[in-house]
Design a protein around this ligand. Sequence first.
Ligand code: AKG
Ligand code: FE2
Length: 297
Amino acid sequence: MIPRLDARKIAVRDDETLAALRQGAEESGFLTVRNTAITPARMRLVLAAYGAFFDLPEAEKRVVDMAATGSNRGWGAPQSERVDPNANPDYKQVFDCGFEVPGSDLSVYAPNLWPARPEGFHEVIAAYYRDALGVAMDLLRGIAEAIGEERGFFDDKFAQPMALLRGNYYPPRPDWAGEMDFGIAAHTDYGCLTLLGTDGVPGLEVLTPDGKWVAVAAQPGEFIINFGEMLEIWTKGRVKATPHRVRGSAQERISVPLFFNPGFETNVAPMGSGEVVRAGDHLSRRFNETYLHLNKG
Ligand SMILES: O=C(O)CCC(=O)C(=O)O
Ligand SMILES: [Fe+2]
């Protein structure tokens, strides 16, 4: 149901692989990709860096708490985000970093907040951010082709991507957790494409068209790819933004999504509609709805 692809075959435009890529984008809204430029060993290093950060005493994480800022850079405490208004705030913790545009007063391009420890965290994560952007862009070129656009259709729109890299830490599912409590509650991602690395522990569940939640797992080095609201709007519903969630289990878990979003001014209105929906407005609205410290309502 969820296509499992080889990035090397996407690169050489293997017909069968491109057909599976299209099917993943247009039907389930999820697929997996292995053999990208990011090796399993590299991914384990990144997961270990996030793990060491989340292990720090809370007081140290508070130094880079995004709640003290007007943007989403740094640490997000448990219950700091509510992605589903019908569920309780998520029990996960996060660390977010993103694309910086020096001098910009847009919060989506705000400066990153880096913790002093663990040693090497900034270097490991920033280097991964850079390389993951390249992998995501390559996948998006494949998607452009799969939906009948020029291969370079998205290139200029992603020159200053509002790309957000997140480390998610899910502790073992708390014993107080009830029906309305999730590691991350049901949601669709807000942007275009999400490149998700995980430590291999199961937990992600994806909603199928017939209303069933199915588990999707991948080992470090294999990525789960899904698509977000902007790309669904932009492609007139051709590419699917599929709901997903993590309830959590007795095993702790780390996942690392890169949310790959175009530049602020990019028009993501349905292609050819003549309407205007600025990517930055959509993303800012969704951030304001879901991060409790940005919630003005
Ligand atoms: O942890 C996962 O597998 C999914 C995380 C997720 O959906 C998100 O951060 O948007
Ligand atoms: Fe998500």
